[in-house]
Design a protein around this ligand. Sequence first.
Ligand code: TEU
Length: 563
Amino acid sequence: STTSSWWKSAVVYQVYPRSFADSDGDGIGDLRGIRARLDHLQRLGIDVLWLSPIYRSPQADNGYDISDYQDIDPTFGTLKDFDDLLADVHERGMKLVMDLVVNHTSDEHPWFVESRSSTDNPKRDWYWWRPARDGFAPGAPGAEPTNWESFFSGPTWTLDEETGEYYLHLFDPKQPDLNWENPEVRQAVFAMMRWWLDRGVDGFRMDVINLISKNTNLPDGPVGNAGLGDGFAHYANGPRVHEFMQEMRREVFADRPGDYLTVGEMPGVTWQDAVLFTDPSRGELDMVFQFEHVNLDHGPGGKFDPRPLQVSDLKASLGRWQRELGPTGWNSLYLGNHDQPRSVSRFGDDRAHWRESATALATVLHLHRGTPYIYQGEEIGMTNAPFASVEDLRDIESLNHYREAVVTQDAEHVMTAIRHIGRDNARTPVQWDDGPQAGFTAGSPWIGVNPNHAWLNATAQYDDPRSIYCYYQHLIGLRHNLPVVAHGDFTMLLDDHPAVYAYERHHDETTLLVMANLASEHADIELDVTSAELLLSNTETGTPPKEGRLSLAPWEARIYLST
Ligand code: TEU
């Protein structure tokens, strides 16, 4: 990790293996499939591949429920396939980062199987076991040790009939939370991390790592949905989380020279917390994934109660993180991942201005200060999927929500929200070509391919200089070649403009000026570019600037350089 800060000029690409490329026709992507598509990534210019979980898993949450941290799930291949992939990635000059899911395991992990076997099992304390609430019989309504609602609907506690106690799971009942208070748990996790680093991996993306330290008193939370409470304040950014991160850095990375990358995924993290997590002098993480900007369109009822997004809110939020975290720590920059809908459909206009809005959003994101993350398919402008009905869905979060919500709401209303914000939007197969199943599989895919692959696919874009893919190549090149992109400071411009996102980056004698119209109407702005050179634009016939005035076409983006 990382005295060298090599990741400041790097771009990371996230692969969701299940949906990337299938080599054996079983309809599920796999490691050999990824190996066969490395040209796509190398030509794009990315530096690091982050793999969503490929470990042995019952796949209740598509691999975020791990039953063996030191083996590959047969769906994805073998350890040999993994070593081959890693060797190929390294040979092409790229790095590979693993997903690290250690807030919880699968309920089928041997640790949990032992833990649940009896109240005096030596691993009992590796998880959070509690008796029924005082005065309640185990299993009675309201007997759960706390009133917390889980991320995937329903209570965070499940009764184990055998021992008569409840175990904690912030996510699905098949994802019991590890008890990080127990030093044996921490040592087991650190040993497993060292094992992967010895194998040659280049770092970790740490799943919900700010949830590992709970308030051990386990207080109830304020009551909201379906009579359940919000326990967030009691399990997120808990009292020992920084101590645990520092211990991990010492135990796993301290005596290991090398260029590693660590990024902590942290729902609900504030910029104040993020400063502490990423200040290099504290020895915790290189960067974190924050959620503020992807929660802006959540309504009072949460993510499945979406509301329209205001560009001004996006500017204010991302701008705040640039201003406050930028000087001390480091930002991760992302608009999409496997948990979020497609960025061009959510923040852009995927109908009338598909290409322009995809490239305008990419421009804004990639030239911020921080490390950009591309989610598979984003580099070709993949869109949300037209899920016809609940039968088309696969995601445990959406399915649980649907089941619960249709009790009180109109089913079509529930589907509309899921179509808009559901995680399966990001999980439809990567569209490689216009052939059967978009070239993803020779078999029948585990989730439907988006029919728009007839025109929206990678092959159609490689040789088209105006394509989204080629535009990303340029953006990545700018980060690699211009120190101002990696190292410059950040100043927001036109703060109050409702549609135009504009900012300046400074480094030594160089100034980069970035502007993008994030709306489907023209925008007139006042910015002086007369002494600057136009480096890149997503619109061919950009109106020439006049006396400090510019007119931007819908979703037009421009990057100027002056020295
Ligand atoms: O996600 C954590 C998280 O808080 C959310 O993104 C969550 O999955 C959901 O969308 C909340 O509405 C991480 C992983 O990225 C996700 O895929 C896993 O399901 C989750 O942790 C549990 O491991």
